[in-house]
Ligand binder design. Structure first.
Ligand SMILES: CC(C)(COP(=O)(O)OP(=O)(O)OC[C@H]1O[C@@H](n2cnc3c(N)ncnc32)[C@H](O)[C@@H]1OP(=O)(O)O)[C@@H](O)C(=O)NCCC(=O)NCCS
Length: 162
């Protein structure tokens, strides 16, 4: 089995020393984090298949001596980038980690000359909608009854990069 790990050290002002992204996590690591963060998790096979697609990226946020605390999953199809999953371990929420991950994503997207970031979020997920609005994402449209578990509308949110 080929084990590859690539990490990105983050040069922001987030006050945790050595915080970094693991850029090539295994499907099992992703599945573990996903199953803690989401009610309808993707399984290991989902991640295995997605990781075969060149446009697909999954990052795990790691804190030295703590371990993995968050995840960001996206696909990049220039000039757009779609955010597919964003999660933080419950015990680490409300510490600015989601904002931090999205800021790092923007830095990466800008350096790749991408123009827009977008995502679909459950209309009832007020935590996430408030987070994205705070970061300048705008509601573009609504897809009625798009989500099944739980049933609900999807808001299409978009942010145009400078
Ligand atoms: C959504 C989620 C990723 C936020 O992570 P987080 O690290 O706690 O978020 P942050 O600490 O960076 O919060 C930033 C802002 O988001 C909003 N926010 C975060 N948690 C919130 C809550 N429980 N209630 C209301 N607003 C909230 C606030 O505007 C907050 O800013 P503030 O703390 O200055 O008020 C996390 O709650 C999570 O993993 N939820 C489950 C998975 C999910 O729903 N993912 C999003 C859909 S893809």
């Amino acid at each position: 089995m080929k084990i590859v790990e690539e990490a990105m050290s983050l040069s922001s002002e987030y006050p945790i020393l050595g915080i970094r992204f693991c850029l090539l996590p295994s499907p099992k690591e992703m599945m573990r984090m996903d199953s803690i963060c989401f009610n309808s998790p993707w399984n290991e096979q989902d991640y295995r298949e997605m990781q075969e697609q060149p446009s697909f990226n999954n990052w795990l946020l790691e804190i030295p001596a703590v371990g993995q605390v968050g995840m960001l999953v996206f696909q990049s199809v220039p000039p757009e980038l779609e955010i597919l999953r964003l999660g933080v371990l419950p015990s680490w929420r409300r510490n600015g980690l989601a904002v931090f991950m999205l800021e790092q994503l923007e830095i990466q997207a800008e350096s790749d000359s991408l123009e827009t970031l977008w995502l679909e979020v459950h209309a009832a997920n007020k935590t996430a909608t408030s987070l994205y609005c705070r970061l300048g994402y705008k509601e573009i449209s609504i897809r009625k009854n798009y989500f099944r578990n739980p049933l609900g509308d999807a808001l299409l949110l978009k942010k145009i990069l400078n």
